[in-house]
Design a protein around this ligand. Structure first.
Ligand code: SF4
Ligand code: MG
Length: 283
């Protein structure tokens, strides 16, 4: 627990995400010093402030490159990138594609409220076509980005979707993502109770169903995953859509990281002259 009190609006879906993150870390017995949260900018990107662990708030859209750099510097850390839908799929969309194909072992949580909340309600990359917002008073013209299909098409080895109104289930998805070796995406359906009056708790509660309760669903089958990634309407799947094991991570393929990352190596002893030079540089 952090001493900082969340400033999210009462009822915001981000509360469920924060609770689920804490639950997953507790279930896996991951200690605060063993995890780093890296966020961008947005309502949900305040999450690292509200959890007693290492945190780094970057600039808009840049959580993924910083998270990947941190993981390469210290492969022993659990690194979690936290972005919103605009942050992760719009401004940081390019980083999203390349993080997937690079397959560095990080967890990517996207607080997907289908709108820009912090900047007061503009339509976002995941807003539905026709979505009425402050910047689309006659309805959004573009079709929405499908993050799950994008991730699958780009070779992601762990693709999941959760719902912040079901934090117990969400915690189990986060735990599975944290354990998965490689880039793991958990897209979270997160109601914004202020700026998105379409995708509300009621909207999701009437539609979401758990994939693991469908006996015919196999999360190792890319064809089934592709088909469910496109299911959106009367029924919306949550759960692990796809998981593939045995794909090497980026860091496993870098010989220089075999002995750990730079942050894990002991500093070589400095001579007196080197120490003086270093101090002179720093002050
Ligand atoms: Fe949550 Fe929306 Fe309020 Fe932001 S504006 S804190 S996303 S309810
Ligand atoms: Mg958003």
């Amino acid at each position: 627990k952090s001493e900082n009190k969340p400033t999210w609006c009462p009822g915001c879906g981000d509360f469920g995400i924060l609770n689920a993150v804490k639950q997953a870390l507790a279930d896996l017995e991951i200690w605060p010093h063993e995890v780093l949260f890296v966020s961008g900018i947005g309502c949900g990107s305040k999450l690292p402030d509200y959890i007693n662990a290492n945190g780094f708030t970057t600039v808009h859209g840049r959580a993924l490159p910083v998270a990947q750099g941190a993981k390469l510097a210290h492969p022993g850390l659990h690194v979690v990138a936290v972005t919103g839908d605009g942050d992760g799929y719009g401004i940081g969309g390019n980083h999203f594609l390349h993080a997937i194909r690079r397959n560095i072992d990080i967890t990517h949580i996207v607080e997907d409220n289908l709108v820009y909340g912090l900047t007061k309600g503009q339509y976002s990359p995941t807003s539905a076509k026709g979505f009425v917002s402050s910047t689309t008073p006659e309805g959004a013209i573009e079709r929405a980005v499908n993050p799950l299909a994008l991730a699958l098409a780009n070779g992601a080895t762990f693709v999941a979707r959760g719902f912040s109104g079901d934090p117990k289930h969400l915690a189990s998805l986060f735990a599975q993502a944290l354990k998965h070796p490689g880039y793991a995406l958990v897209d979270v359906l997160q109601p914004c109770v202020i700026y998105n009056r379409l995708n509300t708790y009621d909207f999701y509660e009437q539609r979401v169903y758990r994939l693991e309760e469908d006996a015919n669903y196999d999360p190792h089958d890319p064809e089934q995953a592709w088909q469910r990634a496109h299911e959106w309407g009367e029924r919306i799947p949550i759960g692990v859509l796809y998981q593939e094991s045995g794909v090497p991570t980026y860091e496993e393929q870098v010989p220089a990281l075999a002995q750990g990352g730079p942050a894990q190596r002991p500093m070589p002893p400095l001579t007196e002259a080197e120490r003086e030079a270093l101090l002179a540089e720093l002050v």
